[in-house]
Design a protein around this ligand. Structure first.
Ligand code: HEM
Length: 312
């Protein structure tokens, strides 16, 4: 089975993330069916030129609420509280996430309006986050984001669940709303910033090995194990409001353990067996909310998103 749209496409210029909780379980099947029909038969076609993608993911609590704990994928467990997170995972994990992306803000808005209309009968909206793209995929700290991602076919084994009848072709979406300390960041010289990130600000090239600290974000988020490199596919969007700015951090993995391992090395003093100190970028951000979601494969034929929760 193939993956949903909105995973392997390059990040578009605009993104809206909606998270929901089930309000009326008896109406959930109908709402998800209508949503999916509209997305696949109308919205994706209408807004192909603006590269609209609507991606739907399911959080662990929804499997319980709909009486299908048996269908919860193995890897979908409550988020552990990881260093740097200023939230309690149980407070921010929602039942459902809808990621809406396009290269035109009016298109993400129009799709959002349709999605909200379909889901309103069964789900209550919890969070509403709006992100955008900056030229060259830069983040609000001014650095290019995405250079070290896997590319092309190398993404498939990083992202897609391969070997399980119900979940094969699916993925996991990790979402963290990350507030960045931009005032602190702007106090650094460009040279100091580059040593924190481990890449040059102008062109995202690696630093000379002798001038790159072992605590650089590039090195601390690169994870080599005896079994090979552990990677994630990042697809994040900057956000900026009156009192906060940062990253709607989104990544896709085939197993949540990949994310936890990368983040674990960032917050640990160790890289492998060597005590080098934690990731220097950890001092410049705080994750304030988030959740982990199973993103089922694109349903075949008459199937609709989430049908595995109601059938079989
Ligand atoms: C404020 C928070 C963060 C900022 C501003 C940030 C920014 C960046 C930048 C500028 C790069 C270098 C360019 C690139 O390869 O994309 C990078 C690389 C990377 N980041 Fe982050 N990042 C943040 C948080 C995180 C988190 C929470 C994770 C995962 C848990 C993560 C995982 C990675 C990975 C895996 C790489 C690629 C490393 C490699 O070259 O192999 N980042 N990030």
């Amino acid at each position: 089975m193939s993956e949903q749209k909105g995973i392997l496409e390059s990040p578009q210029g605009h993104a809206t993330l909606l998270t929901y909780d089930v309000r009326d379980a008896s109406a959930a099947q109908d709402a998800l069916g209508r949503l999916w029909e509209d997305v696949t038969e109308r919205l994706h076609d209408w807004y192909r030129a603006q590269t609209l993608t609507v991606t739907v993911g399911f959080g662990l609590p929804i499997f319980e609420k709909l009486g299908r704990a048996d269908r919860a994928p193995e890897s979908l467990k409550s988020m552990p509280r990881l260093g740097g997170d200023a939230f309690n995972p149980a407070d921010t994990q929602a039942d459902l996430i809808v990621q809406i992306c396009a290269n035109d803000r009016s298109v993400t808005y129009h799709a959002e309006k349709a999605v909200r209309g379909h889901l309103a009968t069964a789900f209550s909206l919890r969070d509403h986050e709006v992100g955008f793209g900056l030229p060259e995929s830069r983040g609000v700290m001014g650095f290019v984001d995405g250079t070290g991602n896997p590319h092309g076919d190398a993404r498939i084994p990083v992202v897609l669940i391969g070997d399980d009848e119900v979940h094969s072709g699916g993925s996991y979406l990790v979402f963290r709303k990350i507030r960045e300390d931009l005032a602190g960041w702007e106090n650094l010289t460009v040279d100091q910033q580059e040593k924190v990130v481990g890449r040059r600000k102008a062109d995202s090239a690696k630093l000379d090995p002798e001038s790159e600290p072992a605590t650089s974000h590039r090195l601390k988020s690169s994870l080599e194990t005896a079994a090979g490199e552990i990677e994630i596919l990042r697809r994040s969007f900057p956000f900026a409001g009156r009192d906060e700015a940062g990253l709607l951090f989104i990544c896709f993995v085939r197993d949540l353990a990949q994310y936890e391992a990368v983040k674990g090395q960032m917050t640990s003093r160790y890289t492998g067996t060597e005590d080098v100190g934690k990731d220097a970028i950890e001092s410049f951000y705080t994750a304030v909310s988030g959740g982990d979601y199973f993103v089922p494969p694109q349903p075949d034929g008459d199937g609709y998103i989430g049908d595995f929760l109601f059938e079989g």
